[in-house]
Design a binder for this molecule. Structure first.
Ligand SMILES: [Zn+2]
Length: 726
């Protein structure tokens, strides 16, 4: 009789008071223990050997499992990288931490993060992440002394969600940081790997070993990287002492309910994740726990585990250490959500509750599954009068997150956007009237076809697919974005810009900044300097750090050196990290244009110093040095700098222009022409051809200009900029 009573008591404590509730059974704690959090993105638990899968070998993770407690049923609060990591790092569901999508949302300022709390307790805090969306701009890096998010979209047409770097590079960065932490100091290390995320392109030897299962090949790749990091910890004598948590942020559809990747649905394959907790000294090694737990519990587990003073557990979370110590599992329902279908496609958002064996998904056509008898969730039992359903429904109604922005958006920003012609808010229709994403699988297939065409270089066919989809359903933000890229490729820049602007109209009001940034960048690419500047003003009002860089480049573009200087100086003062490096490069460029080579050189030095060996941040640095040298008449050195820039960043069109101009000035006509031909063959876009033509024009290569125009006209017949005499 004793256990049911304490279970009830525990449930009441957790559900009722929430704040600071103490578990009735004291678990072990490890004050000041080193804490290691390893997140391998997009990793389904049922694709790991220790969850019963036989298709992949993961020696490092399997060894870690031997030393850990395994949670058989761990669930994510969102099938999206940033919302889910924010839950892991704050112990809150998205509605409480404020991040509902990978782009644009910011972590609520009043929500403490794990890194902040540990830092306050004297920990050194370091993190290294592998994908663009986890960059610190969302607020997720708050509290980290060191946060390496050196992942930048290369120039080109890659969706931001795909922008990533290799996990071994991330691991190297975190290892280097760890090497700098004094050995007597406690630390919190966060390692994030993106390997199992699309595209599935494992390197050798995993590429050959998992030829037929590239997703598993990526898991094996991630395993090897985790293994390297764990060896490092062992080598330093830290492994045994550390509290180590290994998890994934969400799973992957792999086509099971019609979704190849993740974000659209809340089925088990997207929500269930692996979760291992290794105690210091590997206590309770090898144990498995079956009660359902949530990723928000990780926050409470770590804070309790190292005995943070005055720690208040977020409502509804428990310490996994308490569960391991035998505390009865709390009676609770695990809440998950996805706004992805709503934000990106204009379809209904989804929310779900997991309680014991039941998984209820709230949708225009709701679903309920019995995970015990139907873990694949193929048999929707909504039409049966299940006892569990009524309570789940009522609870979800109370807890389901609302789409509308809770906090007001800055009035100034709203006005600025309205003056640029944008609609005043995102989709306003209520969820009830929106389509159910599961009824739109066909659209997904079409979309994939369009993307396939685009990747193959068939921009026309891709555009046809996208326009058909948009005619049918004009609220699909992502398709406007892709159609814009196709139109740009087709030499229809005005339409491309108009399509991209649709994304700002459709984006949720609280998350518009990255979409405005994309439009601003396109304006600059198209030489629409004034329009770019006005978008920069809107970004400034939105508090976005990209604003000054865009304003500076726009002013530079229209030749207003004073305005460019003001904006770049503001960026240098107020910006952080790479933004300051970029500001220095713009200031150097301004000095070159003014003929002040000494100042230009000093800004190049400053950019080098600020970028501190960060190769990505240095894009443009060698070019600036080359420009300075070319103007000083030191041609051979200038050539070396331009070539170095192109070796590091082969897509930098402006570096090819400078190099070609240098050759032309030295009367090396053949070389000058070859560099322009390389420019347009590397990126056969209308913009590259225009740049090439302008270069030929400036260097008085009349013949080259005519040939280039002819070729462009053949490739982009509908682009009036290449018309005869255009
Ligand atoms: Zn993810």
């Amino acid at each position: 009789m004793k256990r049911p009573l304490s279970a009830l008591l525990f449930a009441l404590l957790v559900a009722g008071c929430g704040r600071g509730s103490r578990s009735p059974r004291a678990s072990e704690t490890f004050p000041k223990a080193p804490v290691v959090l390893i997140s391998v993105d997009t990793l389904r638990s049922d694709h790991l050997p220790f969850y019963g899968y036989t298709g992949v070998e993961t020696p490092a993770l399997s060894a870690l499992r031997e030393d850990s407690i395994l949670f058989e049923k761990a669930y994510s609060h969102a099938p999206l990288t940033v919302p889910s990591h924010a839950s892991i790092l704050t112990g809150r569901v998205p509605a409480d931490h404020g991040i509902h999508d990978n782009l644009g949302y910011r972590l609520r300022k009043d929500v403490p993060t794990l890194a902040e709390l540990l830092k306050k307790a004297g920990y050194a805090t370091g993190g290294a992440v592998s994908c663009f969306v986890l960059k610190g701009v969302s607020g997720i890096a708050r509290g980290f002394d060191f946060y390496d998010d050196n992942v930048d979209p290369a120039e080109g047409n890659v969706a931001l969600g795909q922008v990533q770097r290799r996990g071994d590079e991330t691991e190297k960065q975190l290892a280097a940081w760890l090497g700098s932490v004094p050995s007597d100091k406690s630390f919190f290390a966060f390692l994030h790997l993106y390997e199992p995320h699309t595209p599935y392109e494992p390197p050798e030897p995993f590429k050959s070993r998992y030829k037929e299962q590239p997703y598993d090949g990526e898991i094996a790749t991630a395993d090897a990287i985790v293994g390297r990091f764990i060896s490092l910890l062992k080598g330093k004598g830290l492994y045994d002492k550390a509290l180590i948590v290994f998890l994934s942020d969400h799973g992957e559809g792999l086509g099971e309910h019609g979704e190849a990747e993740h974000g659209m649905f809340l089925y088990r394959e997207a929500l269930q994740v692996p979760l291992l907790v290794k105690f210091p000294g590997s206590r309770r090694a090898g144990m498995s726990l079956t009660s359902p737990v949530a990723l928000a519990d990780v926050f409470t587990t770590i804070c309790r585990g190292v005995e943070l003073p005055d720690f208040q557990a977020p409502t509804g979370t428990v310490s996994l250490l308490d569960l391991a110590a035998g505390a009865p599992p709390p009676a609770r329902r695990i809440l998950s959500e996805t706004f992805f279908p709503r934000i990106h496609f204009g379809w209904s958002e989804l929310a779900s509750l997991l309680e014991g064996r039941w998984h209820y998904i709230e949708a225009p056509k709701p679903e309920i599954y019995d995970l015990e008898t139907d873990p694949a969730e193929k048999n929707n039992r909504i039409s049966e009068k299940l006892d569990a359903l009524r309570a789940l429904r009522a609870d979800l109604l109370k807890r389901r997150p609302s789409y509308e922005t809770p906090a007001g958006v800055d009035l100034e920003a709203r006005k600025k956007l309205a003056s640029l012609g944008y609609l005043s808010a995102g989709p306003s229709s209520s969820a009830g009237t929106l389509e159910d994403p599961k009824d739109r699988i066909g659209t997904f297939e079409e979309l994939r076809r369009g993307l396939g065409e685009f990747t193959l270089g068939n921009a026309q066919k891709a555009h046809e697919v996208f326009s058909r989809l948009l005619a049918e359903s004009p609220r699909m933000l992502d398709i406007w974005d892709m159609d814009s890229k196709a139109l740009l490729q087709l030499g229809r820049p005005e339409e491309a810009l108009a399509a991209l602007k649709k994304t700002v109209d459709l984006a949720p009001e609280a998350a518009r900044a990255p979409y405005v940034t994309e439009v601003a960048n396109l304006c600059l690419q198209l030489g629409k300097w004034e329009e770019g500047e006005r978008h920069a003003e809107a970004l400034r009002a939105l508090g976005d750090p990209a604003a000054e860089d865009i304003a500076a480049r726009a002013a530079l573009g229209r030749g207003d050196l004073a305005a460019a200087e003001t904006a770049a100086r503001a960026g240098l003062e107020r910006g952080a990290g790479k933004a300051r490096v970029r500001a220095c490069l713009v200031l150097g460029r301004i000095a070159v244009l003014r003929g002040d080579l000494a100042t230009a050189r000093s800004f190049a030095d400053k950019a080098q110093e600020l970028s501190a060996g960060d190769k990505l941040a240095q894009s443009g640095l060698h070019m600036l040095r080359g420009d300075v040298l070319a103007r000083a008449g030191r041609a051979p050195e200038a050539e070396r700098e331009f070539l170095e820039e192109l070796r590091l960043y082969p897509d930098r069109m402006d570096a090819r222009v400078s190099l070609s101009a240098l050759y032309a000035s030295l009367n090396r006509r053949t070389d000058a022409r070859r560099v322009v031909i390389e420019l347009v063959s590397r990126q056969p876009t209308p913009e590259a051809f225009l740049l090439g033509m302008r270069t030929f024009h400036a260097t008085e290569d009349r013949q080259g200009e005519i040939q280039l125009r002819r070729e462009a006209r053949r490739l982009f017949p509908s682009d009036s900029r290449f018309a005869p005499g255009g």
